[in-house]
Design a protein around this ligand. Structure first.
Ligand SMILES: [Zn+2]
Ligand SMILES: [Zn+2]
Length: 210
């Protein structure tokens, strides 16, 4: 699920472009026939967007797998941000690790939970107690495993592709005033600077879901 947002100023009526929440892209070596029309150039890099909800289809057209994106440092996350100086909304891109092994983590978590539930249920001779333990242990195991895997992926990407990550990050700046100070544009609680009337009166709202 991907949310669609728009900023609007309650003082002057300014409306920002409509934008979606963060999305992933694949760093490819060069454009091909299969990826034509879906390529963004950032410095010397070519990025193919993984458009929601057809991410797997877009990924297949690049010829890479999720695992290769991780191992070869090819996953870019794009976020919309608001410039702290002029209020313009723009995109920033960073090299990150894609979320890995969700289904494997879920299976391990369920298995560990099931075994703990069975053992405690048999020991206490209570079925309900066993079910509660199974659910609780599954949940905690899933959360802990996800954190460990993400930390590992983050460290791996920084260690092997640190220079590439810094180069991509180096292209991030406000297109209007070149400022490199920004804040996430996805917060629904903050007020942003209006690029039109220069007052802090822009609110971002969710205007749809894709
Ligand atoms: Zn700016
Ligand atoms: Zn305004």
């Amino acid at each position: 699920m991907s949310s669609i947002y728009q900023g609007s100023c309650r003082r002057c009526g300014y409306k920002s472009v409509v934008f979606s929440s963060a999305y992933g892209s694949v760093l490819v070596d060069e454009p091909t026939e299969a990826t034509r029309g879906n390529i963004t150039r950032v410095g010397r890099f070519f990025l193919v967007a993984l458009r929601h909800p057809g991410e797997h289809y877009d990924l297949a057209r690049t010829g890479f797998t999720w695992r290769q994106l991780f191992e070869q440092g090819r996953f870019i996350r794009t976020r919309k941000v608001a410039c702290r100086h002029c209020g313009m909304l723009f995109s920033v891109r960073n090299l990150e690790a894609p979320a890995l092994g969700c289904s494997v983590i879920t299976m391990i978590a369920l298995a560990v939970g099931l075994i703990s539930g069975l053992v405690s249920g048999v020991l206490a001779r209570k079925v309900a107690g066993g079910v509660v333990v199974a659910l609780a242990v599954s949940y905690v195991t899933g959360v802990v495993l996800s954190i460990v895997v993400q930390l590992y992926a983050w460290a791996y990407t920084r260690m092997h592709f640190g220079e590439r990550g810094r180069e991509i990050h180096g292209h991030n700046a406000c297109p209007t005033c070149r400022s490199r100070a920004w804040r996430s544009a996805e917060s629904l609680f903050l007020r942003y600077l209006c690029p039109s009337c220069a007052r802090r009166s822009v609110r971002v709202r969710m205007v749809g879901i894709s």
